[in-house]
Design a protein around this ligand. Structure first.
Ligand code: SER
Length: 321
């Protein structure tokens, strides 16, 4: 991969991935796109173009203009927003993906798009969920993720497009907030710990979901895109995870750094229902064996880094205001 176009670059993943790829592959070799422009280093410190992913012609024009060889397609609605706007979620998540796959097919691009733990449903084995297993999600987000996985497999088998993907767990980061997911409590809890010393979780005690710290997620994307294709038995998409946790465990980890932190509950039935339909813990053996996936952050290491970086960020923001 030498020249890369990214869609949805201002989202939670894109904003960190863009910076990392500019460092690794050269600023002029990363074309960051999103539907809107904001005041952000992602837009200001390299090539940035406005792109609505439902506009296939513009996506293709940009890919041709910059002569990219890789397309990373991130633009999509997350689970809770998709449940509130299912028709829009279908149009955006599927329409955008189809356009991106078509551009990849026509221009012979390497292709990455994320799937999610949301691709599983209540009938899936919930502990140590295998790579290949039942996928009958009960959310619109999950429906688009399963359909997306199948579509990527199809484009690989039928047209030889070099499609690659992972099933991301909840991603925790201090730079950009996630935009309306079910696992967002595990991000919010760190912000509220620093702001108020207390957090009311919208996800119930004892609800386990897989999580990962963003640096591991970014490493996973780069590693998978650079992996020798002959080693990849699976295409879309690999189970990956760094930890399986519930709100109590995240709180206990925060209390090791901030002993006075307290956790309460104010459960949101919509997001709780989504969480209950997802696995407790994924088996990431195939990702380890086929391309060497190896996360570096466990819960406590993530918590220490997250609290340190987030408190610096909050100090800088309050000084700037
Ligand atoms: N973090 C996502 C969500 O909660 C799951 O992929 O929607």
């Amino acid at each position: 991969m030498k020249k890369i176009l990214i869609t949805g670059c201002l989202g939670q993943i894109g904003s960190e991935l863009t910076t990392r790829l500019r460092e690794d592959y050269g600023t002029d070799n990363v074309i960051a796109t999103d539907i809107r422009k904001i005041d952000s280093p992602v837009c200001d410190e390299g090539i940035f173009e406005i792109l609505d992913v439902t506009d296939k012609q513009k996506m293709q024009d940009l890919a041709e203009k910059y002569e990219v060889d890789t397309l990373i397609h991130l633009a999509a609605l997350l689970s809770a927003v998709a449940e509130a706007k299912p028709q829009l979620a279908w149009d955006l998540n599927m329409g955008g993906l189809m356009n991106a796959l078509e551009v990849a097919r026509e221009l012979n691009l390497k292709f990455f798009t994320p799937s999610s733990i949301g691709c599983f449903g209540p009938g899936t084995p919930s502990e140590n969920t295998p790579q290949d297993t039942l996928q009958r999600p009960t959310t619109m987000y999950g429906v688009t993720k399963v359909a997306g996985e199948l579509l990527c497999d199809y484009y690989h088998a039928k047209f030889g497009v070099d499609t690659r993907g992972v099933r991301f767990p909840g991603l925790i980061s201090y730079k950009t907030l996630p935009g309306g997911g079910t696992t967002d409590y595990a991000v919010d809890i760190y912000y509220e710990a620093l702001k108020k010393g207390h957090y009311d979780s919208f996800i119930e005690k004892g609800t386990f979901m897989d999580m990962m710290y963003m640096p591991d997620a970014i490493d996973a994307i780069v590693q998978l895109l650079e992996a020798d294709p002959s080693r990849l038995v699976h295409r879309n998409a690999f189970n990956i995870t760094a930890m399986s946790v519930d709100p109590e465990q995240v709180a206990a980890s925060i209390q090791k750094v901030m002993p006075d932190f307290t956790l309460g509950y104010d459960v949101d039935p919509v997001r709780q229902k989504i969480a209950d339909s997802w696995p407790d813990s994924l088996d990431a053996t195939c990702a380890k064996n086929e391309w060497g996936f190896a996360p570096k952050y466990d819960l406590d290491r993530m918590t220490q880094d997250m609290l340190e970086k987030l408190s610096k960020k909050m100090q800088n923001t309050s000084m700037a205001n």
